[in-house]
Design a protein around this ligand. Structure first.
Ligand code: IPE
Ligand code: IPE
Ligand code: MG
Length: 249
């Protein structure tokens, strides 16, 4: 949610969101099948989680599967649905050591049962951890999230639990998957694409955007740290003026 707390932050970001893109092209560049890129991408998730924890970032939201990704070949979709299970199997002990709390956003119910089971297990196992909250956007679409919020608001208006005249930005935010998280201060997209691809449409209204040509499987901790450093140098104005200019005129 955009609020005073966000606008006064001068240190590192609290919440970083990442569109992890370029797995397929990375694999292709090595003459490997696309799924190898997704596999390698998991290793990047692991190192960026550790790096984010070290930088004291509190929330890391990773776009893992969009509502549009169902249109990919069935074999790739089915591999992508196995990835959460593979990831948790391999890295859950490390996530526990890192004190990471796993959560998800998106249409969870529509995922295959084995995916839901693997993810729920990790969510449950890590629920009392107090370090970084690692949020996987799984079967997530920004428009879908907004339409879902509108439907639920309409229901609550019909029931009389809220009045339409009282609906504010804040009310709306509480109907989103992200209701428990602050808005991301920084959105990163890898692989040289300059688009949002239906990610966090509401939440990024004032996020700083950073695009890098690096494919997700090749994103290093050094580059991630330098992205965070460059964020820290940005001048976030939220429609206002820079502090020192308040006295002018
Ligand atoms: C991102 O990599 C991972 C997902 C969308 C699941 P891609 O699979 O989109 O890789 P490119 O963009 O084709 O290289
Ligand atoms: C966005 O990447 C979705 C994820 C990273 C999960 P895509 O590769 O699906 O996006 P487009 O097709 O390039 O817009
Ligand atoms: Mg892509």
């Amino acid at each position: 949610m955009f609020n005073e707390k966000n606008s006064t932050d001068i240190n590192g970001p609290n919440h970083v969101a990442i569109i992890m893109d370029g797995n397929g092209r990375y694999a292709k560049s090595l003459g490997l099948p696309r799924v190898k890129g997704h596999e390698q991408g998991m290793e990047t998730v692991r190192r960026i989680v550790v790096a984010a924890n070290q930088l004291n970032i509190k929330y890391l939201t990773l776009y893992a599967f969009s509502t549009e990704n169902w249109s990919r070949p069935q074999s790739e979709v089915s591999f992508l649905m196995k990835l959460p299970g593979i990831f948790m199997n391999k890295f859950l002990p490390e996530l526990m050591r890192e004190n990471v709390k796993v959560e998800t956003i998106g249409e969870f119910d529509e995922l295959p049962l084995h995916t839901k089971k693997a993810v729920s297990y990790a969510v449950n196992k890590t629920k009392n951890n107090t370090g970084l909250t690692l949020i996987f956007a799984l079967n997530y679409g920004g428009r879908n999230e907004i339409v879902r919020a509108v439907k639920n608001i309409a229901k609550d208006v019909e029931r009389g639990t809220i009045e339409s005249s009282n609906i504010t930005d804040e009310t709306f935010s509480t109907y989103l998957y992200t209701k428990d998280y602050p808005d991301p201060e920084l959105l990163i997209r890898t692989s040289g694409e300059y688009r949002i691809s239906n990610f966090l449409l509401w939440q990024i209204s004032y996020s700083e955007l950073y695009f890098t040509d690096t494919y997700w499987p090749e994103l290093s901790v050094e580059e991630f740290n330098s992205i965070i450093e460059s964020y820290c140098k940005r001048d976030r104005r939220f429609g206002g003026l820079k502090e020192e200019r308040h006295d002018e005129n």
